[in-house]
Design a binder for this molecule. Structure first.
Ligand SMILES: [Zn+2]
Length: 242
């Protein structure tokens, strides 16, 4: 029998797939440690929200979480923080944790060392205007290049991964579908990724907000409680001023 050879398009797809795994997978530890789950010894989960602040969705989430006494972690985009500084402040004042999620969220900015360095510097500056110095960073697109660990060290940032609540959340399927998929993937120590914004550009996130309201009581029924990523992983949430 003749060995089957991979056609060039299949080879190209395989190469892209491999690059994806190394650079964008929530699970790949190739470019330094990338924690996607906490210890499994307690039934605790960390709900995380990327791409905000984005109104009115971020405030709706905050209203709900505060009513339920649930602390959460928000990885926010610098320019969205500049657009809604009062929302970021409110989250911090209420005991939620905010981390950095880049400044522009433009894909190409995260591919090269020079532009990545600018994203980190500008994003941290947006928080600094509010007197906040995050210690946690989630890369936009979860994209990591080999220069990332060194740059994060310069900024005193720890990189954080997580697991997507639903792979199509960006297309806003029904709240029930998002909640059901998120429940299925939750384990003790889960760090679940939701989006209260869309690449830092706004966007309708009503289905995500509604899904969280469906998910929380179901997780409680299963004996889970909620904490922030820093607490789950035993890390500082913020850096000392100065
Ligand atoms: Zn994002």
């Amino acid at each position: 029998m003749r060995a089957r050879r991979l056609a060039p398009p299949a080879l190209a797809a395989a190469a892209v797939g491999t690059a994806y795994w190394f650079m964008m997978s929530p699970y790949s530890q190739t470019i330094g440690p990338f924690p996607y789950r906490g210890p499994a010894d307690r039934r605790q989960v960390a709900l995380t929200f990327d791409d905000g602040p984005n109104e009115p969705y971020t405030s709706e989430l905050a209203d709900y979480l505060e009513r339920e006494g649930i602390p959460a972690t928000f990885f926010q985009v610098g320019r969205a923080v500049q657009r809604h500084p009062e929302v970021t402040k409110r989250l911090v004042d209420a005991g939620h944790v905010v981390g950095l999620h880049g400044h522009t969220h433009e894909f190409t900015q995260y591919l090269r060392q020079r532009t990545l360095a600018a994203e980190l510097g500008q994003g941290m500056a947006a928080f600094a205007e509010l007197g906040i110095r995050p210690a946690l960073y989630r890369p936009p697109w979860l994209l990591r290049i080999p220069a990332l660990p060194g740059l994060l060290k310069q900024h005193g940032l720890q990189v954080i991964s997580g697991e997507f609540c639903h792979l199509l959340e960006v297309a806003q399927p029904s709240p029930e579908r998002i909640a059901r998929q998120a429940l299925r993937t939750t384990r003790p120590g889960s760090i679940t990724i939701f989006h209260d914004g869309f690449d830092g550009k706004g966007g309708d996130r009503a289905a995500t907000v509604a899904a969280v309201k469906l998910l929380v009581p179901r997780l409680r029924d299963q004996g889970y409680d909620f904490t922030t990523v820093d607490d789950l992983l035993g890390l500082p949430a913020y850096q000392d001023a100065g």
